[in-house]
Design a protein. Structure first.
Length: 440
C-alpha cells in the first residue's frame, strides 16, 4: 500500500498548517514522500525498483508550482498539472537497479545472465488534469494527484542493458543485449470518503489497511526491499550483530552494497558528549494504538508500520508491547523529536523490528531502543554536523554513522538512563570509534 503511506504522510503534513513553513518545504516534503513511494514500487514486468532518480529537479519544479499557486488569488488553478512537471522531472535521467535480471530475453537471445545497467529513456507523459476548483479537503486533492501520478507511471519507458546468452553451435560466449521496458507500478491508496465531521472516526483510516499489508513478522525480502534500495544491505545489521539465517537470506537475495564515490580525504568530526540526562517517561496506560503520540510530532506508527522498513509491534525478548512502546517513547522524546525540530527533512528508515533467527543476541531495534534515519537532500559530509549536534546536545546510548549504498545514522536510547554515549562509524562492515565520513 505504498501510495497509501504517501497519502497518510502527506495528509498529516498538509493538515498541520503550522508545520508548513514555505512552499519550498512543501516541495521537499512532497518529493521525499513520492520518492519513498516509488522506491516501494517496481517496473511492471520485471519487478525492478528505481535506483537513482532526479529528486533535485522534482523539488525545483514542485517549488515552482507552489510559487505559481500562491500568485493565483482566486478562481480555477492548475497546480496538479504543475506538480506533474515535477514528477516527470523525477524520472528525467533516472536509473533502475540492476537486480533482478529481466524476465524477457534480450533481442535475439534466449536467456539473460545479468543486468549491467538500466536507464529511463522517456520520463513519461503526465495526464492533463485540466483546471481544478480550490478545495480545503486535502484527501480529495491527494486522491486526484495520486490518480494522475499512477497514470503517469504507466507511460515511462526505458532500457535494460544485459549480458545474455544467444543460440548457436558451438555455444556462443555471453554477449551484450538490450531489453526495452514500459511502465512502473506503485500499490494504490484508498479513496477519501467525504463524511460529515461528526461522523469521522477517531482512528485514521489507513491503519487497518497498513496492518493487512504488512506480514506479522516482516523479516522478508519484500519487506526489506525498499529500505535496502534506499541505503544498502548494511542497514539490516545492527552494530555488527549478525542477524542469523533470516537476515543472511535477505542479504543474499538483494543486490549487494555499491560504494558511492569516496571523498578526497576521510573527514573527521570530534564532539564531546552532552551531560544531558533522559527525560523521565511515564508510560501510558491507555489501550494500544498506532496513532498514539509518543512526542509532539511523532506517533507510534512512525517508528513501526510506516517506517521504510515497516514492522508491527509485538511482544518479544521478555517485553510486552506496552514495554516496547514505552522504550520507543523514550527514544522519541529524548532523541527523535529534538532532531526533527532542528532538521525537519528527516526520514525514518527503521524503528522497531521483529526478531531475526539468530539466538542469544538482541538488537536494540528489537526492543524499541533504536532507529535508523536519513535526511533528504543532504550530502554525506553534511551528516557530520548533524551527528555532532546530537552528540553534544542529546541523551543517547549509541550513535553510529553507517555507510552503505548511501549513508544513515543509527541512534539508540535506553529508557533506564544508563546511556553509554558511544560514537562509532561503520564502513565496509568494520567499526571504528568516532565520526568519520568516507564518501564525497
Amino acid at each position: 500500500m505504498s501510495f497509501a503511506i504517501f497519502k497518510s504522510n502527506m495528509l498529516m503534513y498538509m493538515e498541520n498548517q503550522g508545520g508548513i513553513k514555505s512552499h519550498v518545504d512543501f516541495a521537499k516534503k512532497l518529493t521525499m514522500e513520492y520518492d519513498m513511494a516509488i522506491r516501494r514500487g517496481y517496473q511492471i514486468v520485471n519487478s525492478v525498483s528505481v535506483a537513482k532518480p532526479n529528486t533535485d529537479m522534482m523539488i525545483a519544479m514542485v517549488s515552482l508550482a507552489g510559487t505559481l499557486a500562491l500568485q493565483k488569488k482566486d478562481g480555477l488553478h492548475h497546480i496538479i498539472n504543475d506538480i506533474g512537471k515535477g514528477c516527470v522531472g523525477y524520472w528525467t535521467g533516472a536509473t533502475l537497479n540492476n537486480f533482478p535480471t529481466p524476465i524477457m530475453p534480450a533481442i535475439g537471445a534466449f536467456q539473460n545472465i545479468l543486468t549491467t545497467s538500466t536507464m529511463v529513456s522517456k520520463p513519461g507523459q503526465f495526464p492533463d488534469m485540466k483546471n481544478q476548483s480550490p478545495t480545503t479537503n486535502s484527501g480529495t486533492f491527494l486522491d486526484m494527484l495520486i490518480m494522475a501520478m499512477t497514470i503517469h507511471l504507466s507511460t515511462i519507458e526505458g532500457y535494460y542493458f544485459t549480458t545474455s546468452l544467444y543460440p548457436g553451435f558451438p555455444i556462443l560466449p555471453p554477449a551484450p543485449g538490450i531489453v526495452m521496458w514500459t511502465g512502473y507500478i506503485v500499490p494504490p491508496a484508498p479513496k477519501t470518503v467525504v463524511v460529515p465531521e461528526a461522523e469521522i472516526p477517531q482512528q485514521e483510516p489507513d491503519i487497518e489497511a497498513l496492518l493487512e499489508s504488512i506480514p506479522d513478522d516482516n523479516m522478508t525480502v519484500e519487506g526489506a526491499k525498499a529500505v535496502v534500495a534506499e541505503t544498502g544491505v548494511g542497514i539490516l545489521d545492527d552494530n555488527g550483530l549478525d542477524g542469523g539465517l533470516t537476515i543472511a537470506a535477505i542479504k543474499q537475495a538483494l543486490p549487494p552494497d555499491v560504494e558511492p564515490p569516496k571523498g578526497d580525504t576521510i573527514l573527521e568530526e570530534s564532539a564531546v558528549a552532552s551531560e544531558t540526562e533522559n527525560a523521565v517517561i511515564e508510560c501510558s496506560s491507555t489501550a494500544f494504538n498506532y496513532n498514539a503520540k509518543l512526542s509532539d510530532s511523532v506517533k507510534l506508527k512512525d517508528l513501526s508500520i510506516i517506517a521504510t522498513f515497516a514492522h508491527k509491534i509485538k511482544p518479544q525478548h521478555g517485553l510486552s508491547k506496552e514495554d516496547i512502546v514505552c522504550n520507543l517513547q523514550s527514544l522519541s522524546v529524548n532523541v527523535l523529536e529534538p532532531i526533527k525540530q532542528n532538521y525537519p527533512n528527516l526520514v525514518i528508515n527503521s524503528g522497531f523490528r521483529g526478531t531475526p533467527s539468530l539466538k542469544g543476541k538482541v538488537s536494540q531495534h528489537e526492543i524499541g531502543e533504536a532507529m535508523d534515519i536519513q535526511f533528504v537532500g543532504l550530502k554525506p559530509r553534511e551528516y557530520l554536523p548533524i551527528a555532532k549536534w546530537v552528540i553534544e546536545n542529546l541523551s543517547f546510548d549509541q550513535l553510529i554513522f553507517e555507510h552503505g549504498n548511501s549513508i544513515w545514522l543509527h541512534i539508540s536510547n535506553k529508557r533506564s538512563g544508563l546511556n553509554r554515549k558511544r560514537v562509532m562509524t561503520m564502513y565496509k562492515g568494520g567499526y571504528t570509534n568516532g565520526l568519520r565520513c568516507h564518501y564525497a
